[in-house]
Design a protein around this ligand. Structure first.
Ligand code: GDP
Ligand code: IMO
Ligand code: MG
Length: 426
């Protein structure tokens, strides 16, 4: 068997949680392969709303195994909080949520470092979620990190203290900030006790054995491809490989194991945090997108920056990920627009093209825009793709033609069932 992948093609928040939750019933295992509690994946069903940060979005589907892979960074405090919410919702997870022993731990001092370093950057700040992601991946690649499996080692406390001391030395390099380390440390140690109760696995063996036994696996991406550490809008990126390649290193899978790659894009574009965003709208249209789309961060509550769909950007991330199917979300957010624009090419230094320049900050990008009349109606009546208004289908077909990959699903609202499957089954 091969692993299917769902990931974001823009700057995150494309609606991955909703689509994973919808498709999860077709799989035996849903696995997160990178990122950490910087993610906020929203699920809405039966009038309830859940935001997941570390736990995979298959957790609300009965009997399904949810695996947190080695490529994920875990904050025990956030995880414990999330598990409490799941328990409060009457959902049992005890034998269905597995943690990779090789996943790295986020310490309170990683968050402290994240906050101190961002504060010191002033106007140049990345706009990090301040969840300690960057410092934790730095310790991973710097070969200093603590891993989930280490919590059972006799010298765990000493290892923790040694790493903390190293962090405190680094924190001294930055201007002072408020951070109640003693209180955070107490919460962390309590949360570690809860983490010890979860089933730990050598995830690379677990997942390869599962595939060999014919199990169906869905890998759930976090963030978006434009936030990828190598290919995103560096330095305004996250600290992991968010693209398909990250599935291999984040779960211990060979590239030949990758099956369908389902890329998710909104019908427009958003980004939260700093960094280049060529199609950004800082006018009434941008504000309308934010209000209609309720574009406020699921993790930090920050207003998301909004803009038109960007074809060169999407072509780039489709190429990087080997996308085989596209899911377009939030089409309903465009319902009240008189006209809708789509950036179809970039003009850089007088040259028209569709390649993303190596550093979007260092080039002036003029957009070539195509304009579409809005459909000016609700999409609630549409129970199939064919029942969408002609103008909405026209917009989606144009997008598909530019991108050269089939659109297989269209999302028309936040609820689990507000999803249209194109041409019957996916
Ligand atoms: P993720 O990080 O990719 O899982 O996405 P987020 O959960 O951060 O952000 C997506 C937001 O859009 C959530 O509030 C979802 O409930 C909501 N959403 C998802 N799909 C749709 C849709 O088709 N229409 C509308 N209006 N909202 C949607
Ligand atoms: P999901 O999985 C949107 C952004 C932050 C910041 C940059 C670096 O919900 O799509 P970090 O905390 O990783 O150091 O922040 O990346 N960012 C996200 N933006 N959705 C996310 O996750 C994000 N995770 C990180 O806003 O600009
Ligand atoms: Mg999100």
């Amino acid at each position: 068997m091969k692993v299917d992948v769902i990931l974001g093609l823009q700057w995150g928040d494309e609606g991955k949680g909703k689509i994973v939750d919808y498709l999860a019933t077709r799989y035996d295992i849903v696995a997160r392969f990178q990122g950490g509690p910087n993610a906020g994946h929203t699920l809405k069903f039966d009038g309830k709303k859940f935001v997941l940060h570390t736990v995979p979005s298959g957790i609300f589907r009965e009997g399904l195994i949810n695996l947190i892979g080695n490529g994920v960074v875990i904050d025990p405090i956030t995880l414990a909080r999330e598990l409490q919410q799941i328990t409060d919702a009457g959902v049992s997870y005890s034998d269905r949520l597995l943690l990779a022993r090789k996943a790295h731990l986020i310490l309170p001092t990683h968050r402290y470092l994240d906050a101190a370093s961002e504060n010191a950057k002033g106007k140049e700040k990345i706009g990090s979620t301040l969840k300690g992601i960057g410092p934790t991946y730095m310790d991973k690649t710097g070969r200093n990190g603590l891993r989930v499996g280490d919590v059972f080692q006799a010298d765990f406390q000493q290892q923790y203290e040694a790493l903390k001391e190293k962090h405190l030395t680094l924190i001294n390099m930055y201007p002072d900030i408020d951070f109640d380390l003693a209180a955070e440390e107490e919460k962390w140690m309590e949360a570690i006790k809860k983490l010890r109760l979860l089933p730990l696995v050598d995830a690379e063996y677990y997942i390869n054995d599962a595939l060999n036994a014919g199990k169906r696996v869905l890998a759930e991406g976090a963030q978006g491809s434009m936030l990828d550490i190598d290919f995103g809008t560096y330095p305004f990126v996250t600290s992991s490989n968010t693209i398909t390649a990250g599935v291999c290193t984040g779960l211990g899978l060979a590239p030949s194991r990758i099956g369908e790659v389902i890329g998710i894009t909104k019908a427009y574009c958003t980004r939260v945090g700093s960094g280049p965003f060529p199609t950004e709208l800082e006018d009434e249209a941008g504000e309308l997108l934010r209000q209609e789309g309720q574009e406020f961060g699921a993790t930090t509550g920050r207003p998301r920056r909004c803009g038109w769909l960007d074809i060169p950007q999407l072509k780039y991330t489709i190429m990087l990920n080997g996308v085989t199917q596209i899911v377009v979300t939030k089409v309903d957010v465009l319902n009240n627009f008189e006209s809708i624009q789509m950036a179809t090419a970039y003009n850089v230094d007088g040259q028209s093209g569709d390649q993303v320049p190596y550093d979007m900050c260092k080039f002036d990008i003029d957009l070539e825009l195509e304009s579409f009349p809005g459909w000016k109606q609700s999409l609630d009546h549409a129970k199939s793709f064919e029942e969408l208004p002609d103008l909405a289908r026209n917009y989606l077909h144009t997008m598909e033609n530019y991108l050269g990959v089939p659109i297989t699903m269209v999302s028309t609202g936040p609820e689990r069932n507000q999803l249209l499957v194109v041409n019957g089954e996916v």
